[in-house]
Design a protein around this ligand. Structure first.
Ligand SMILES: Cc1cc2nc3c(=O)[nH]c(=O)nc-3n(C[C@H](O)[C@H](O)[C@H](O)COP(=O)(O)OP(=O)(O)OC[C@H]3O[C@@H](n4cnc5c(N)ncnc54)[C@H](O)[C@@H]3O)c2cc1C
Length: 457
């Protein structure tokens, strides 16, 4: 007998909503997350220490009922549980405290969420330069506040983090935005549809008003990022904006160019993926319920395509309804009826995406950097190394990997897959989806050996 009817990988909004729906429908759910608590990115630590930080905002506190709902009978939640392999069956292999476990289920839902897009430019690997999401994680988990930081890049999350910093009394010294009037103009054709999500638009405008009111210096249409050591542990950040060169000195340069689906688990599971041109990212192919082409495996939430927390919850519930139907616990008509409100909510939440994708598109200089900018941080492979391998005949991610070792370090390509793809595309090739191999997260040899001998007995 399988260990569960449904194993869910990821306890963010998608995974939590799916777990509650599946358990309410009579399913036995095993929920796995590598973090110490439920919540995912947006609701990280909510219901625990995060509640003592009102500056994280109302949207953050809204995650509390989702976390509380995991107490339902039928849900077993394991935290600190890192999934590193999905096998046919389906079976899920996960690790905690140096010990690996294999669990079988009739269905698996991958709800692993998003990661920040890598933002490579000269100096991006210096200490003191990091993705904007990193200090936000510290703000949520330990209340640690960045001081005198510069936020640089684009995207709604950059505004949100700036606003949270302002409310926490740690306003950034400047906001350097890569989007300019031309991008906004291009995005306006998507505005009528975006009005379906008028509440989200209004929230975004509210964040911008807060940043303006706080007197944070703003530069728009910025490009040509470069970071250098300025002495005393500071970073000298140079860029151009408004036809002028600028230089800011800061202890902390926080960069951001939007988020992209985390697809290592779904790729390693063998699911077919496609390129999303508007979001400049890979995403798993799935049907309207989140089912992939691998039997027994669904995907939901930002890991299936960026949509935000409300879309993630709706997609999680839709996948759970379909899984309950496949388990024989919900007939087709009941599944469709139960799903109708979530399908409408998903449509509403996704209506704003084309506008956001166009308004906050990543700059080409980050998608396909040049020269000695490091692309693969683990192996210290530069853009020039990758371009040289293309000149020598590499025309896909596998050949680049073989020629340069880009993507072979401990992060397994998480920080360079997209940039390698961008350089390949800029060089005129049509790059395939890179393969992801297990273990997708580092596992010790002793742990593998113990697992193998356990399986033999
Ligand atoms: C750094 C960062 C910060 C963000 N902050 C905000 C914010 O403050 N507000 C906002 O509106 N949106 C934020 N977002 C966007 C946010 O990710 C989505 O809107 C929403 O959280 C997506 O929900 P989800 O359930 O799809 O994924 P997530 O919320 O990302 O949840 C995915 C969960 O899967 C787990 N997981 C992933 N891989 C594995 C594995 N191999 N094994 C075990 N567990 C795994 C993760 O630990 C995580 O808890 C942020 C995104 C990022 C990348």
């Amino acid at each position: 007998m399988p260990d569960a009817d449904l194993i869910i990988v990821g306890a963010g909004p998608a995974g939590m909503a799916a777990a509650a729906t599946a358990a309410a429908g009579g399913g036995r759910v095993l929920l796995l997350d590598e973090q110490p608590r439920a919540g995912g990115q947006i609701y990280r630590n909510v219901g625990a220490g995060g509640d003592a930080r009102p500056w994280l905002g109302k949207d953050y506190a809204a995650g509390r009922p989702l976390v509380a709902a995991l107490q339902a009978p039928g849900i077993t939640a394991e935290f600190g549980a890192t999934v590193w392999r999905i096998e046919a069956g389906p079976r899920v292999v996960w690790s905690r405290d140096g010990e690996s476990h294999v669990c079988a289920a009739r269905h698996v839902l991958l709800a692993g969420g998003a990661q920040e897009r890598p933002v490579p430019f000269p100096g991006w690997t210096l200490p003191g330069v990091m993705p904007a999401g990193a200090p936000q994680i510290l703000m949520k988990t330990s209340g640690l506040l960045p001081r005198d930081a510069v936020l640089a890049g684009s995207g709604p999350l950059l505004y949100l983090i700036a606003a949270q910093m302002i409310d926490a009394g740690a306003a950034p010294q400047a906001l350097v935005e890569t989007q300019g009037p031309a991008m906004m103009l291009r995005a306006t054709r998507h505005l009528p549809r975006a009005l379906m999500a008028a509440g989200t638009l209004a929230k975004g405008l509210g964040l911008i008003r807060k940043i303006k009111a706080a007197g944070v210096a703003r530069h728009t249409g910025a490009a040509g990022f470069r970071a250098e050591v300025a002495g005393d542990g500071d970073i000298a950040f140079s860029f151009t904006a408004g036809g002028r060169a600028h230089r800011l000195v800061t202890p902390l340069l926080l960069t951001h160019q939007g988020v992209v689906p985390s697809t290592h688990v779904s790729r390693a599971a063998g699911a077919a993926h496609e390129w999303n041109e508007a979001q400049q990212a890979f995403q798993p192919k799935r049907d309207a319920w989140g089912a992939t082409d691998v039997p027994g495996i669904h995907v939901a939430g930002d890991g299936a395509g960026i949509g935000g927390a409300e879309a993630a919850q709706a997609a999680g519930r839709l996948a759970a309804c379909d899984i309950l139907h496949r388990l024989g616990r919900l007939d087709e008509a009941s599944r469709d009826r139960k799903a109708a409100p979530d399908r409408a909510a998903l449509r509403r939440a996704m209506a704003i995406r084309p506008f956001l994708d166009a308004a906050y598109a990543p700059l080409p200089e980050f998608l396909a950097p040049e020269g000695d900018t490091i692309v693969c941080r683990c192996e210290e492979i530069t853009a020039a190394d990758i371009r040289a391998s293309v000149d020598e005949g590499a025309n896909g991610p596998r050949q680049v990997k073989t020629a340069t070792r880009a993507g072979m370090g401990p992060c397994q390509g998480r920080m360079c897959d997209l940039t390698v793809r961008g350089i390949l595309a800029a060089c005129g090739t049509r790059p395939a989806t890179p393969r992801a191999r297990t273990p997708i997260k580092p596992v010790k040899l002793g742990e593998l050996a113990a697992l193998a001998s356990h399986q033999e007995t």
